[in-house]
Design a protein around this ligand. Structure first.
Ligand code: FEO
Ligand code: CA
Ligand code: CA
Ligand code: CA
Length: 668
């Protein structure tokens, strides 16, 4: 999801990001850092890196305050072998020398064998249901066959997060007083069909290039329009999940705003519903839970689908919004499988989800709630993973304990369980039962005193080093002076490292450290902190999606939205970021997107030979700030026509595959 896009149709998205809904006085991460190191020291620290460095090294082993020069526990991982590219912005993409970056699939390309050719002038929902959707975000890969015996075959799962009518449809006008000018039922249904996900079989040829298998039985479109899904876990069948179309509260059509996601060891994908509130409109019904609606930003009114489908009008179907905001699990090996919304993992604006099998066999998932001042969550299954029995693993995510993080001043993380009957989560405090706690997870987490964060995006688990990373993308609305993080208006973001003691992700003994404070480290006004060997191109702003390669190295993609010119002046992209050893905190720029795009979905093939990236909304964000263009993009007049550069063809969100000329793994 874009930050602060300049497009009028998506201004609502930006406002949503800008207006935090967390009313609590829970400590912010700034308070925590201040308490940990003392406001005076931190204020002094802001005045010069010497003091900051001294501070960091004087407090081992929990010296993570600003950037910690070396983590308490370092695992040897190889350095990144590539020559970095330069910051910049133009109409196309750029990759490090010695690499090929090629289009795998674009918006409108066939997914199903009977898909018609893409005709942007004559789009229909029936066509779009068979074609690759809009705004690709998460990319995940599972081997085919599932035992991984063929390194050159796989199933790619790609999210289609949201739609931008001004760039998708011809003839749309910008009218601030009528944001839905030009919309019709037909266009709304194309939008619903362009949301969701695609599953495609891909094969790698002898030349190293992957290609979509056009007639694969695995190819599948999942849409908001007509894909039936099950609601499973503790909230299934709850009264708050029942609607006139589904009196059982167990079946819902579609998913929305699927941002990032992850894979499971039993061969499924997890896809995260993020800004679901934006899809609902209308006036709340009498007696509606005003506190919950407010906390989730409902109704967001970004789309007018409720004019054509009453379930998106909260006045007419008050419970429908409770059926969105979940993690959805999809089995790609059975094209007829029914996706499952796993309610045990809580309802919030899930950026993504990554899981790991803990040493004791329980499965642990981490997920961020991407809004200013919202939280980081953990889920631990009750059951244990059985590598010999796939069927027994398929519903593991229906039972377990959801917790929310409090980042303590002493460098520890406390995981606070969202369990009905424990602490403040009682009927006396308005939580009727466990389903209620999960449906209103944000309110439950507020009551528990979780730490208010600077917009948690991807939370990535590194299975090699047994650490996890949270991309905190930015928080321009923080108003209090924050001595630890000297950016009351933090437009650059930071990356936190989370370390479970002895690699026990299900345990209670966790610490946190700061990996980098993003922004330009050469500009003291930003307060940015990287390893000093970072070049003028090696720093970034607004970390969003993260990926770990097979050798345990971290890769960061960015989303500065319409604020790119102010945050960094470069287009978004992918950076390598060292987490271990003496160069911890050193960044290197690897890939850059065309103007107006955001960088999503970095994902490595199992052998590390290919990096798949998702170029989302080319031409959209901050086109006005791009001097050679200097105005908002439209379908007819976009800032770039990437990747086709053909007259009449609009810019197309696309998955790009990157590999090295010498055939070695990405990063060497
Ligand atoms: Fe869809 Fe938080 O980015
Ligand atoms: Ca994102
Ligand atoms: Ca990721
Ligand atoms: Ca983002």
């Amino acid at each position: 999801m874009a930050n602060e896009t300049e497009l009028s149709r998506t201004e609502a998205f930006q406002r949503s990001d800008d207006v935090p809904s967390n009313p609590t006085s829970n400590p912010t991460i700034g308070d925590v850092l201040a308490a940990r190191f003392g406001r005076r020291d931190l204020l002094k620290g802001l005045l010069g890196t010497t003091v900051v460095a001294g501070l960091a090294t004087s407090l081992p082993p929990l010296a993570g305050a600003l950037v910690s020069p070396a983590s308490a526990a370092t695992t040897a991982v190889p350095d990144y072998d590539f020559t970095e590219i330069a910051h910049g912005v133009d109409e196309t993409h750029h990759v490090a020398p010695g690499h090929q970056a090629e289009i795998l699939i674009r918006w409108g390309d066939p997914v199903l064998a009977d898909a018609p050719a893409f005709d942007p002038q004559a789009q229909t929902a029936e066509s779009q249901k068979r074609q690759f959707g809009y705004n690709n975000d998460f990319i995940g890969f599972q081997p085919l066959p599932a035992d991984g015996s063929d390194p050159d075959r796989g199933l790619l799962f790609v999210n289609h997060e949201y739609t931008i009518p001004e760039l998708m449809f011809p003839g749309m006008v910008r009218d601030k007083d009528n944001p839905f000018a030009g919309m019709t039922k037909e266009k709304a249904e194309v939008e619903m069909a362009a949301h969701g996900a695609s599953i495609i079989e891909i094969r790698r040829g002898p030349d190293g290039r992957w290609a979509v298998v056009p007639d694969s039985r695995y190819n599948r479109r999942i849409t908001t329009l007509d894909t039936a899904m099950d609601l499973t876990g503790p909230c299934a069948g709850a009264d708050a999940m029942k609607t006139s179309a589904d009196p059982t509260g167990t079946r819902v059509t579609g998913m929305v705003n699927n941002c990032a996601g992850g894979t499971t060891p039993w061969g499924t994908f997890l896809t995260a519903e993020e800004n679901f509130h934006g899809y609902f409109m209308g006036e709340p019904a009498a007696g509606a839970d005003a506190a919950s609606l407010k906390r989730y930003g409902l109704p967001g009114g970004w789309y007018n689908w409720g004019q054509y489908d009453t379930r998106f009008d909260i006045g007419r179907e008050p419970n429908e919004a409770n059926r969105f905001g979940w993690l959805v699990e999809v089995d790609p090996y059975d094209p007829q499988s029914v996706p499952k919304k796993r309610t045990a993992l809580g309802r919030f604006k899930h950026e993504g989800a990554n899981v790991i099998v803990n040493g004791d066999g329980r499965v642990v998932g981490l997920s961020g709630d991407d809004e200013r001042f919202d939280y980081v969550y953990r889920f631990v299954t009750d059951g244990r993973y059985d590598p010999a029995d796939r069927a027994a693993n398929m519903d593991l995510l229906d039972a377990g304990t959801l917790s929310v993080a409090r980042f303590d001043p002493d460098g520890r993380i406390a995981w606070l369980p969202l369990v009905h009957g424990q602490g403040p989560l009682t009927a006396a405090n308005g939580f009727a039962d466990q389903a209620d706690v999960l449906i209103r997870a944000r309110l439950a987490a507020d009551a528990l005193g979780a730490t208010k964060m600077d917009r948690p995006e991807d939370v990535e688990i590194n299975p090699v080093t047994k650490k996890a990373y949270v991309a905190l993308t930015n928080n321009s609305k923080r108003t209090e002076t924050d001595p630890a993080n000297p950016r009351a208006k933090n437009i650059w973001g930071q990356i936190l490292e989370m370390i479970p003691a002895a690699g026990d992700f299900a345990g209670d003994d966790w610490r946190w450290e700061m990996l980098v404070l993003a922004g330009n480290p050469k500009d003291p006004a930003t307060g940015a902190q990287y390893h000093p060997a970072t070049s003028e191109n090696g720093w970034f702003a607004c970390p969003d999606n993260l990926a770990v390669d097979p050798k345990g190295r971290l890769w960061v993609s960015t989303d500065q939205g319409g604020g790119w010119a102010k945050a960094s002046g470069t287009a978004d992209g992918v950076w390598a970021l060292q987490t271990e050893g003496p160069e911890r905190g050193k960044g290197k720029m690897f890939f850059r997107v065309p103007v107006g795009a955001e960088m999503c979905g970095p994902w490595f093939s199992t052998d590390g030979g290919t990096l798949f990236v998702a170029v989302q909304h080319p031409a959209a964000d901050g086109a006005k700030e791009y001097a050679p263009f200097g105005r908002d993009s439209t379908f007819e007049d976009p800032a770039t026509r990437w990747p086709d550069f053909a007259e009449g063809m609009p810019p197309r969100p696309s998955v790009v595959m990157i590999r090295r000329d010498d055939g070695k793994p990405i990063g060497g």
